[in-house]
Write a protein that binds this ligand. Structure first.
Ligand SMILES: Cc1ncc(COP(=O)(O)O)c(C=O)c1O
Length: 353
């Protein structure tokens, strides 16, 4: 990451809780968060008694943008959490410039994008704090479950360590006692040992995933029914999955049917990433966090609108227009050829003449 400090924790969800708690936002303030994310990329906000404010995606993709975030900033805003989804970096340079201008701390959620870069710099090195998930399904894993909290600021790092471990007085004068209430989010030696070895492989993992995506792009470039999104020039993704654009106007069938056919060929496809919209889930709609209270939204201390709705047309549009293909760095030439063959077979069968 080019220097700084990292603390290993028990999950990506814990990492976000720790990052937010280290910032110590006032309760009933608002945290702007990407619409497209894992529930674990949003739920910790509620446990600090803060209110998630949902930033729509930029048109055509899963990631949010400075433009979408700016519309939501208010005097109640206490932090911004931006996710880099599927390994595609958000325009974090513009977002961090906005956050700095407004004096609002920025957390980058890099759970799906370790090793991705924006303008030659690793994602996670733009925000005040960044968080990572290192669970088994991620392309950089500590095995089982795990997470990481990273910052370049030593003072913030000490706060991170404190809130990651029941408020232990790390960095405070001799004789200090536990200084803030929290939980125990520590990682452990075994996971760290795995993570240290895996970290050495990360540059190769990033490279190999990019090669595979480039080969798939080349292999399907003449198809009109599907295409791969072209990352903006500053973006160097570390693909967690591959987002594939589906062009309905060129297809004889709906996307779901197209994806079923791909699954039938043995490809691991996710026809829609709709389950990555936590604000449309029951827990959010029913305000289900603390008993039946509806808190923190329902608290008289919250000065915003507790019933505020968040239309996210761009995120929903992106769910309609794209599907996701699982990819693995361990694929060899034969697997990649096979994937291309399946995409072409189904593509050619369903493409309009
Ligand atoms: C964007 C994002 N944030 C947070 C998380 C939560 O991480 P974990 O599953 O390690 O708790 C995930 C997990 O998939 C994620 O994709």
């Amino acid at each position: 990451m080019g220097g700084g400090y990292a603390d290993a924790v028990s999950s990506g969800t814990s990492a976000l809780f720790v990052a937010l708690h280290a910032l110590n936002p006032q309760p009933f303030t608002e945290v702007i968060v990407s619409a497209v994310t894992d529930p674990g990329g949003m739920m910790p906000i509620l446990f600090l008694n803060c209110i998630p404010i949902i930033a729509d995606a930029a048109p055509g993709c899963y990631n949010t943008s400075a433009e979408e975030i700016e519309k939501l900033i208010s005097p109640l805003t206490s932090a911004i959490v931006v996710a880099h989804i599927g390994g595609e970096p958000a325009d974090v340079e513009e977002i961090s410039a906005l956050a700095k201008k407004q004096n609002i701390p920025l957390i980058e959620d890099c759970a799906q994008a370790p090793g991705a870069k924006w303008n030659g710099k690793y994602v996670g090195s733009f925000g005040d704090i960044s968080v990572f998930s290192t669970m088994f399904g991620k392309h950089y894993s500590t095995g089982g479950q795990g997470g990481m909290v990273y910052t370049r600021n030593e003072e913030l790092y000490l706060k991170i360590k404190r809130v990651a471990d029941r408020g232990k007085p790390f960095g405070l004068p001799e004789g200090s006692t536990n200084c803030i209430a929290s939980l125990n989010f520590n990682s452990d030696e075994l996971h760290c040992a795995i993570g240290r070895v895996q970290l050495r492989k990360l540059p190769w993992i990033v490279e190999r995933r990019r090669e595979i995506v480039a080969q798939i792009a080349e292999g399907i470039k003449d198809l009109e029914i599907i295409s791969l999104p072209k990352p903006p020039p500053p973006a160097e993704p570390n693909y967690w999955f591959l987002r594939i654009q589906f062009h309905r106007e060129k297809s004889k069938v709906e996307k779901e049917k197209f994806c079923q056919a791909l699954s039938g060929e043995g490809l691991l496809v996710m026809p829609s990433y709709r389950f990555a919209l936590p604000h449309l889930m029951d827990w959010f709609r029913n305000r289900s966090v603390f008993g039946e209270s509806g808190y923190p939204w329902a608290s008289p201390d919250y000065k915003g609108d507790p019933h505020r709705e968040f239309p996210t047309p761009n995120a929903l549009g992106a769910m309609e227009m794209n599907f996701n293909l699982t990819i693995y760095e361990s694929w060899g030439e034969e697997e990649v050829r096979d994937i291309i063959r399946c995409l072409r077979k189904v593509g050619e069968a369903y493409q309009m003449d």
